[in-house]
Design a protein around this ligand. Sequence first.
Ligand SMILES: [Zn+2]
Length: 508
Amino acid sequence: MPFQDKTSSSRLLASFRRMVLPLLAVFCMQFPVYAYAQANPVPSIGDDARTALTPIQEYKLGRYIMIQIEQDPAYVKDDVLNEYLFVLGNKLIAADPTIRGELVNDFTFFGIKDRTLNAFALPGGFIGVHTGLILATETESELASVLSHEIGHVSQRHIARMMASSQKDILIPIASAALGLLAAAAGGGTDAALGTLLAGQGLAIQKQINFTRDAEKEADRVGFQILKRAGFDVNDMAAFFQKMQHATRLYHDAPSQYLRTHPLTSDRIADAEARALHEPYRQHADSADFQLIRAKARVIQRDMTGGLYEAEKFFAEQVKKGTRYQVAAGYYGLALIALQRKDPILAQLRLNEARKIFSDTVNRQSIALNVLAVQIAMEKGKPGDAFKITRDAIDHFPSSRAMSNLHIEALSKGHRYDECLRFLRKMKQRYPEDASLRKKTAEIYAGMGKKGLMHLSMAEYYHLLQANEMALEQLNLARREKDTTFYEHSLIDVYEREWKAEIKEAKK
Ligand SMILES: [Zn+2]
């Protein structure tokens, strides 16, 4: 069966070496700005980024790095956490659509399982946030201030500008760091080894993206405006800066990767304070999901650093003496732990405790609570119950990926294959670049015993991961199956021509 990620990772690695390193070399040589950069070795912050990297090139590069990161065990595969970051990030962006600047795509927000306080922006609007940073924030405005700062880097096209100034140097470390990430994924990556890798090499991607002091100040200034327009408490930007500086003093440089990539100077803190001073005080009420997501981040992180016992102890305390939302988050955290320990009955009891604290509206609207309810039903071995919740929830949360993915799972576990394929088709139209939807489709075909279609979907999956040679192998397998129809044979031919041309292009 083709669903073996470990072996495919090492083959992906090989195809990455073969295809992407030359591609990056091409990137380095082809930018017309190269001559410009030579003549102007230190471009000022006001230089035109368009000469360096077109928004489409920037997106493609970011997308490629992202494919590597998604294979990394540190990438948070939790739909609920990533969706929360996405919703919060888009709330900030929506307050001022000009912030998108020349970006050709939507922003992407994702979590990284890492205890250090860090967040980073990759080329093309991909913004990563460490779980450690989420846990260090005490208000939603603090977390929003970090996201705003990163959105500021993207909107001012700092990466493209930086490439204009040092373009030859920058892509090589990015490429080797992406390779390092992939190598860890291929090797299975024990937690300890992964920690070393992330500190030393893997997250070199963002370490290489060392913005200048001026770029940092610009991101602060733009970030502040974003935070203000979206209605968050602007005082929390300086407050969180101070918290990070304090953390640095306590632990020396261990938890402060953020400071290495976003050098925090006392004048940056002073600037943020001065800006807030001129604004009328506005309190921002945290969303119910903010505390729930922090509980989730704690469970995800503990899962990596050994045992859930510490997290359980923490939640037990929180339930005793937190604010109303913190108490609810404590019960939610205990429910998550119970579910991880395969005790859906206890998980259900804990979830009920959490729900009692929230209003009916919150209970209806919280993605975190509703997703957990579905997951508990699945763990109880009741896909029918899970399906009932997801079917209603899909209408309620039409743009929720977390809920859509669960709906697919509920349909698949309940053997409602035709319905599942129809829903998958709709999702593929909406998210044409999402490789996981192709893989899911392949799994459904496997369940139905349709091997030709299964291989065809796997071919599309590998193609989206830019592993074209593996995609071609799957096409050959699809061609050999007896159930492949005339229509599929012609589709296979079309794919084969296109993908071979792409391989040829990459080799050039
Ligand atoms: Zn920064």
